[in-house]
Design a binder for this molecule. Structure first.
Ligand SMILES: Nc1ncnc2c1ncn2[C@@H]1O[C@H](COP(=O)(O)OP(=O)(O)OP(=O)(O)O)[C@@H](O)[C@H]1O
Length: 559
């Protein structure tokens, strides 16, 4: 099992899959031993056949061993790759759900500082960018130590000079790559920032398509996105240049080193101061000595890519969460009131939006929240919804037995000003609130929300597809559908933001009456400035200069 919390760094994530990576490195280590044995057997067979006058038949047992080593190495390599990839994919999948859960806990208020594009890029390309780091970079970094060390140990008793050449040239490669990598990291960071910008701008352009067309700025938006895509292309080419340069330098050092070993050993072979089998084995081992360095170099950019992506992911993980203490289970005892006690809240330090607010929302009472624009009505609702943490004070719910509940937000049904509808049929959208609801329940809540007549007038009734965000419906129809949906959940507390803002006078009357009916056995809180809903209010609260006060004269006026 993978632990889900803790150190949110590359090192911390690596520790979570240390078992998988350990298995991969162990299998790779066994493969390295088999490689040395395989080359030793091969050198002996060639020496025996060329200089020992042995017949091929006499070499059959050695040849069988050779085939065994080859097959076993292939299988071990496959198993090592599988272990590293499995661990990596499991980690990415668990990180994705962890990050999503964290963003749910942060909520829309905390997320406001991040653009949707940034978040989507971090969740998608960012997390995908970590996969090669764990699946390739880490195992290859370990193998870069294991295999060369084994080869050095094998070469030492065979030839001191070759040992010296390999031991001196080998470490030069990682040192040079670190130097190149230092410069490459800056380019990688730039590439990641450009990818974030590209993602955000593309999403902004899509979301604002209507406004851009209306203001005649569509071409500018297309040009801006194209410009960013081009910058991203140029930076990617710079990254490629660095990658090619790195591998060219590596090849240079590796070839030089192998040539030196060949020349030094070759000269002594000619002078008769060395035997062929040892010389041949050292020449076979020399390229293998550089092989893990080559593999490591090929995946070195994975580390830089992961470091750059990690910056964006860490920023999201660092957002403070506000909803971690919520229980998912609605309170079963009937709630009689929700009380704000000495509540203060704001978005910036020393700039409170609400100060020392005291108010009560009672069961069976439709409470109306009014106030001028920017007064803090939405802030009060965000506090009630648990999307914003109070700076001081608390909000509690009391049930019929007088018990106080601190975590009661799971009992809320919420209809925002712009409700979110998914791509699907009317019935599917309604069933988001209660997947088990039968068609009669859907009709019932639709009738209550004054939505039944327009749903039945749609070509396929409840089975009509309505597109993402309800593009095929009017603003008022979306609002009524959202009201029907929340009623299907039958919440104890109902909070609605301007529920009748988009309705014609007749529909407004019907929806206001439906909300009033819903308030008979619920705590209902409505933000509204005007309209029929005021006539049904039993409590009117005005948000003004950070305070919330009751306005009884509004009720008298309505009466
Ligand atoms: N996410 C935020 N970050 C910083 N300040 C915010 C944020 N949301 C709202 N504010 C500020 O808090 C104050 C109250 O805003 P709020 O949205 O609660 O007002 P409101 O009464 O709901 O207004 P409206 O009727 O226009 O929706 C405003 O000054 C607003 O600029």
């Amino acid at each position: 099992m993978m632990q889900s919390s803790g150190n949110k760094t590359l090192a911390g994530f690596t520790r979570r899959i240390s078992l998988w990576l350990g298995v991969a490195v162990l299998l790779g280590g066994v493969g390295a031993v088999l490689l040395v044995l395989q080359l030793t057997v091969f050198a002996r067979i060639v020496a025996d056949l060329a200089f020992g006058q042995h017949a091929l038949v006499a070499e059959m047992p050695a040849l069988k061993w050779l085939v065994f080593f080859l097959v076993a190495r292939g299988l071990l390599q496959w198993a090592a790759d599988m272990a590293a990839t499995q661990g990596s994919l499991r980690l990415i999948s668990s990180l994705r759900s962890e990050l999503l859960q964290h963003l749910f806990n942060v909520g829309p208020v905390g997320m406001a500082s991040h653009t949707t594009g940034e978040t989507v890029t971090a969740l998608d390309a960012g997390l995908e960018g970590l996969e090669p780091y764990f699946a390739q970079y880490i195992p290859r970094a370990a193998m870069m130590v294991v295999l060369p060390f084994m080869i050095l140990v094998t070469v030492l008793p065979l030839d001191g000079w070759s040992f010296l050449i390999l031991a001196c040239t080998g470490p030069l490669i990682p040192v040079f790559m670190a130097l190149v990598g230092y410069r490459a990291q800056a380019i990688m960071d730039r590439q990641w920032t450009q990818l974030l910008l590209l993602g955000s701008s593309f999403l902004d352009a899509l979301q604002g398509m209507t406004s851009l067309r209306l203001f005649g700025r569509a071409r500018d938006a297309v040009a801006a996105v194209a410009g960013m895509a081009d910058e991203y292309r140029c930076t990617t080419m710079s990254v490629m240049k660095v990658a090619f340069l790195t591998s060219a330098v590596l090849e240079f050092f590796a070839s030089l080193s192998i040539a030196l070993v060949a020349v030094v050993f070759g000269a002594r072979l000619l002078e008769g101061r060395a035997d062929f089998q040892s010389a041949f084995l050292v020449l076979l081992l020399a390229p293998e000595y550089f092989m893990p360095l080559r593999a490591f170099s090929a995946s070195y950019h994975a580390r830089q890519n992961a470091t750059a992506a990690m910056a964006g992911i860490s920023k999201l993980f660092a957002l403070p969460s506000v909803a971690t203490c919520h229980s998912n289970q609605p309170i079963t005892e009937p709630l009689v009131s929700v009380r704000c006690e000495n509540l203060s809240a704001g978005y910036e330090a020393n700039r409170p939006v609400l100060s020392n607010v005291n108010c009560t929302f009672a069961r069976g009472t439709l409470s109306l929240i009014m106030g001028e624009s920017g007064a803090g009505k939405t802030t009060l609702v965000r506090l009630l919804l648990g999307l914003l943490s109070p700076v001081a004070g608390r909000i509690v719910a009391e049930d019929v037995h007088g018990a106080i509940h601190a975590h009661w937000q799971s009992s809320i049904g919420w209809v925002p000003q712009r409700p979110c509808l998914i791509h699907g049929t009317v019935a599917e959208n309604l069933r988001l609130a209660n997947p088990q609801a039968d068609i009669e329940s859907l009709r019932n809540v639709a009738r209550q929300a004054d939505a039944l007549s327009f749903i039945e007038a749609l070509p396929q009734g409840f089975d009509t597809p309505i597109g993402e965000r309800g593009v095929c419906l009017s603003g008022g129809q979306v609002q009524r559908l959202a009201l029907a949906r929340v009623l299907l959940r039958n919440p104890q507390i109902l909070i609605l933001d301007e529920p009748t803002a988009h309705l014609d006078p007749v529909s407004e009357q019907c929806v206001a009456a439906a909300i009033a009916r819903a308030a008979l056995n619920r705590i209902v809180i409505v933000i509204a400035h005007r309209g029929a809903i005021i006539n049904y209010a039993r409590q009117v609260l005005r948000v003004h200069k950070g305070q919330v006060c009751s306005v009884p004269e509004m009720l008298e006026h309505a009466a």
